[in-house]
Design a protein around this ligand. Structure first.
Ligand SMILES: C[S@@+](CC[C@H](N)C(=O)[O-])C[C@H]1O[C@@H](n2cnc3c(N)ncnc32)[C@H](O)[C@@H]1O
Length: 306
């Protein structure tokens, strides 16, 4: 990256990159050998939608990879929003570098009513890697639902295998901020980024798919397509309340293996009116067959899957 522009050097020094872009001058924001399954799954999710002529909002857009991808899928206008001004600086820098004019980025907080009131409605709201990163996922869902006709949600879900439709939530860290969860950043970088900011230790709630569906139904969404991936990504022991819930759902004490519970990434598409973005008969979430031309896969480094 010796030939990187002063702007790229400044942005990289301020905060490590989460996403990998190859810029027109040949510089690369972050070297990666492969796309992580999470990134590939999200690109595939976008590919399966009909975004032609649509307005798309990417809430928690980070450096903008998915916002750019939505634009490449034919969206008329894409707005990327993130609470972190460093990420918005980087996304704006990439937009200027690759020369897209129908994608713009701004700093915003989904939980800030005043900010939200200034947003006009969108056909699709994307909120990926998001619900488990906000202190109040319930109000975040209400907020997202008030902005979009359709929503694509991706989050680290609590998924009890035999009771996935139950409305459950857990907080695996007991309120401790999970430093290791910020991909692409060292602990020191995270600390630096959070300086002077209020860190709400209530983040990292894990909602079951049933909980999210129940909330979103009440907001008027009627059509749901769910895609579970990373099954068994993390396995942890079921304890306390969850164990009692399992016993009552099963009508007996759970066996040893049933007492392992899963957190897994889930992507859920919800539409107020079926067909808003999901083409009728369209196959949701096929494997991605192409990678955006600015996305670089380098010879070393690692996959990002935040
Ligand atoms: C785990 S990252 C996910 C980034 C990207 N959407 C993805 O799927 O890879 C979560 C992002 O949400 C942003 N974020 C957290 N709380 C937010 C809030 N209240 N409003 C807007 N963005 C927020 C963070 O700054 C971060 O960029």
């Amino acid at each position: 990256m010796s030939h990187a522009s002063p702007d790229l050097q400044r942005l990289t020094a301020t905060q490590g990159w989460q996403q990998s872009f190859r810029l027109p001058d040949g510089s690369v924001t972050r070297e990666m050998t492969r796309l992580g399954p999470g990134v590939a799954g999200k690109l595939a999710a976008l590919q399966s939608l009909d975004l032609r002529g649509k307005r798309v909002l990417d809430m928690g857009c980070s450096e903008g990879l998915y916002a750019f991808y939505a634009a490449a899928q034919g969206a008329e206008e894409v707005v990327g929003v993130d609470i972190d001004p460093h990420r918005i600086d980087k996304a704006t820098f990439v937009a200027d570098s690759i020369g897209v004019d129908n994608v713009r980025f701004e700093v915003g907080d989904v939980l800030d009513r005043t900010y939200r009131a200034g947003l006009s409605p969108f056909d699709l709201v994307i909120a990926w890697g998001f619900l488990h990163r906000v202190p109040d996922p319930f109000n975040a869902l209400v907020a997202l639902g008030s902005i979009g006709q359709a929503m694509s949600l991706e989050w680290d879900a609590l998924a009890v295998p035999f009771a996935s439709r139950l409305s459950l939530a857990s907080h695996p860290t007991g309120g401790e901020f999970e430093w290791k969860n910020i991909a692409g950043m060292s602990r020191d970088e995270v600390a630096e980024n959070l300086k002077g900011k209020q860190v709400d230790r209530a983040s990292f709630w894990h909602l079951s798919p049933g909980a999210v569906e129940a909330i979103v139904r009440r907001l008027g969404f009627a059509s749901f397509v769910r895609h579970d991936r990373h099954a068994g990504q993390r396995r942890e022991r079921m304890t306390g309340m969850l164990r009692r819930t399992a016993s009552s759902a099963l009508g007996r004490t759970p066996t040893d293996s049933e007492r392992g519970w899963f957190r897994k990434r889930v992507i859920m598409l919800c539409e107020r009116r079926p067909g808003t973005v999901l083409p009728p008969g369209g196959s949701p979430y096929a494997s991605p067959t192409w990678i955006a031309p600015w996305h670089h896969i380098g010879s070393d480094g690692e996959a990002s899957d935040e």
